[in-house]
Design a protein around this ligand. Structure first.
Ligand code: 5GP
Length: 211
């Protein structure tokens, strides 16, 4: 019998400032994609409007360390002074609901997830998408535009963005984020193509991170 590829989860990554959040919000507005956010644990403080358990699991450093010690995280990363990590249990929970776990994570964590699936010979279960800025100068503009942070912090963000862009070829799909509609359309096409079996089943609501 033909071995049909059946991916189970999506890794969505790209440099800070590229617009992952905006694109994610649009994707989650389309219930036919059956996406569900993998809610990460983080040590960062909640921002206004963010809800524990929906946007993130906001935890103390001790709780985060305990998650690590108990081997509950498939990946984790220190991103600008805060830790972020993906729980194995989130991925399992979402798959059990017949939905597609959507991991919106930074690039270092994303490569750890890929390595894990490679190690366990399950790399076919992942669809990985890297959101690429149209140019580095455009990314610089976007980071500066959306940031009210001091120049030093912006410099650090740009340096990390450069490092992240350098890892783009580790991902299956590189989508250039020119305009939001074009980016969303391209990603929808990838998802519909990769997850055709699952998406042809009955539709349910998406549940995303962005309010
Ligand atoms: P923010 O604090 O703005 O919500 O997210 C900062 C960065 O952390 C974003 O690039 C986001 O994709 C990333 N991120 C969110 N959750 C995780 C996670 O579980 N693991 C990793 N490695 N990065 C994450």
């Amino acid at each position: 019998m033909k071995n049909i590829k059946k991916p189970k989860l999506i890794i969505f990554t790209g440099p800070s400032g590229v617009g992952k959040g905006t694109v994610e919000k649009e994707l989650f507005n389309n219930p036919s994609l059956k996406l569900k956010l993998s809610v990460s644990v983080t040590t960062r403080q909640p921002r206004e409007g963010e809800i524990d358990g929906i946007h993130y699991y906001f935890v103390s450093q001790d709780t985060f360390d305990a998650c690590l010690a108990d081997n509950k995280l498939i990946e984790y990363s220190l991103h600008f002074d805060n830790y972020y990590g993906t729980l194995y249990s989130e991925i399992d929970r979402i798959i059990a609901q017949g939905k597609i776990p959507f991991l919106e994570i930074e690039t270092n964590g994303a490569t750890q997830v890929i390595d894990y699936y490679k190690k366990h010979k399950k790399v076919d279960e992942i669809v990985s998408i890297f959101l690429m800025p149209p140019s580095f100068s455009e990314l610089e503009k976007r980071i500066i535009r959306r940031n009210t942070e001091p120049e030093e912090v912006i410099k650090k963000r740009l340096a990390k963005a450069k490092q992240e862009v350098g890892q783009a070829n580790l991902f299956q799909y590189i989508v250039i984020s020119d305009t939001v509609p074009q980016t969303v359309a391209e990603i929808e096409k990838i998802i519909k193509n990769e997850f055709s079996d699952l998406l042809n089943q009955k539709e349910e609501q998406n549940e995303g991170r962005k309010a």
